[in-house]
Design a protein around this ligand. Structure first.
Ligand code: IMP
Ligand code: MG
Length: 173
């Protein structure tokens, strides 16, 4: 295992991204509504927790669950969306937060499902972007780090459900 980004490198980038999001949604400071941030479980739980604390504008939080990998290091190609958010997203400004954008299938599926519910706007924010691994076209609106096509763990990301609790991001060697 080789460390790719340590805790302080991650914290610095998450802080920058949070400030950028807060600036983009600064209108919320002057009214009663709030930005709706939806985390994709399980992988996004650590990133989501750190990110929302760096977004200095009113936010509501929700989660949904998606699975594509099973216990393999390659994407299974099918995406199961096990839960959708229990709150109404119609007319809301929504940001979906995901751990990593790889083939693009998971976020494409999630955004298709959410768009049917007519949010006012829908953006995506990913901790990691593996640009070369795309099977379906997809661009995230907010990206913390762009990485090579290597399998990474830690900071919420797993290999066979392990290593999610590592405070840094590491490449499996
Ligand atoms: P996509 O649907 O292929 O874009 O894959 C997204 C999902 O695959 C992520 O939410 C992760 O759960 C998983 N994934 C993709 N690459 C990695 C990796 O390098 N480490 C751990 N999980 C990964
Ligand atoms: Mg996973």
């Amino acid at each position: 295992m080789k460390i790719l980004y340590n805790e302080s490198a991650i914290a610095a980038e998450v802080k920058k991204l949070g400030s950028k999001i807060a600036a983009d949604y600064a209108d919320y400071k002057d009214n009663d509504s709030a930005l709706l941030v939806i985390g994709v479980l399980k992988g996004a739980f650590v990133f989501m927790a750190d990110l929302v604390r760096e977004i200095d504008t009113p936010c509501e939080i929700a989660f949904m669950t998606a699975r594509s990998y099973g216990s393999e290091m390659v994407s299974s190609g099918t995406v199961e969306i096990a839960e959708s958010p229990d709150i109404d997203i119609t007319g809301r400004d929504v940001i979906v937060v995901e751990d990593i954008l790889d083939t693009g299938r998971t976020l494409n599926r999630i955004c298709a499902v959410l768009r049917l519910k007519n949010p006012r706007s829908l953006k995506t924010c990913v901790f990691l972007d593996k640009k070369v691994a795309r099977a379906e076209a997809f661009d995230a609106d907010y990206v913390c780090f762009s990485i090579e096509d290597e399998f990474v763990v830690g900071y919420g990301l797993d290999y066979d459900e392990k290593y999610r609790n590592l405070p840094y991001l590491a490449v499996v060697t």
